[in-house]
Design a protein around this ligand. Structure first.
Ligand code: ATP
Ligand code: MG
Length: 213
């Protein structure tokens, strides 16, 4: 079973790592691929370049045996649509293996804004984790509610038994950390060492990232 954590990673933080580690331990993924978005569809252009954000991921996970950096979105031009990544992942991995796309509840709550969102489950499962202090999951819009009703996994084993097509809402103690908060802290000269892994923080400092908010 393979897991994918897609994101802007502007920058990667301890909340991402914690999420990946907790879900790997609970659900038994063989590996987790971190997929930085080159040009996110639904956000302003990130302040750090795609290469810098990918490098931040790379140096953070390089000593973690089951975590890998997947730069396929950096090799495509134009907007980074998740659906294109999923099609390309299935071309590489085949249709038999179970693939889980990991996401926070904030991302899930806006899934119906994603390009070709109704097709995502033809390629992967979604594993959704509640972000701390959010009520995203209790305020889902009608389209997402319907999607969840149709596809929700009642038990975690369902994501092993099928290659795609389920939505698992997984309880984990997520950390209350966001890249937005980190960029703000750094732009105000505040210490971010409790939020950012040491290698990434070193890189941010030496490349003077996020100095301007
Ligand atoms: P930003 O504040 O710039 O939006 P972010 O912290 O949300 O950044 P992203 O790169 O946008 O980070 O997140 C990638 C994925 O990881 C998303 O699905 C998001 O919901 C999830 N995620 C991010 N931070 C956490 C966290 N602390 N706990 C659980 N999931 C998280
Ligand atoms: Mg976010």
């Amino acid at each position: 079973m393979i897991a994918i954590l897609g994101g802007t990673f502007n920058p990667i933080h301890l909340g991402h790592l914690h999420l990946a580690k907790q879900l790997k331990a609970k659900l038994g993924f063989d590996s987790i691929r971190f997929v930085p978005a080159a040009l996110p569809a639904l956000k302003d252009a990130p302040s750090a370049t795609a290469e810098q954000r990918a490098e931040l991921v790379k140096i953070t996970i390089e000593n973690q045996a089951h975590f890998t950096l997947d730069t396929r979105e950096l090799s495509r031009s134009g907007t980074s649509y998740t659906i294109d990544t999923l099609i390309s992942l299935r071309e590489e991995l085949g249709n038999e293996v179970s693939i889980c796309w990991l996401m926070g509840s904030d991302a899930f709550a806006h899934l119906n804004a994603w390009h070709r969102w109704q097709e995502l489950l033809n390629y992967v499962h979604l594993v959704v984790v509640k972000r701390p202090h959010s009520d995203d999951l209790s305020k889902l819009n009608a389209e997402i509610k319907k999607l969840l009703n149709t596809h929700e996994a009642k038990h975690a084993k369902e994501i092993k038994q099928h290659a795609n097509g389920k939505i698992l809402i997984q309880e984990v103690a997520a950390l209350d950390i966001s890249s937005t908060q980190i960029r703000e802290n750094i732009s105000h000269g505040k210490d971010a060492s409790a939020l950012v892994p040491p290698a990434a923080l070193q890189y941010i400092k030496s490349h003077q990232l996020y100095k301007q908010a």
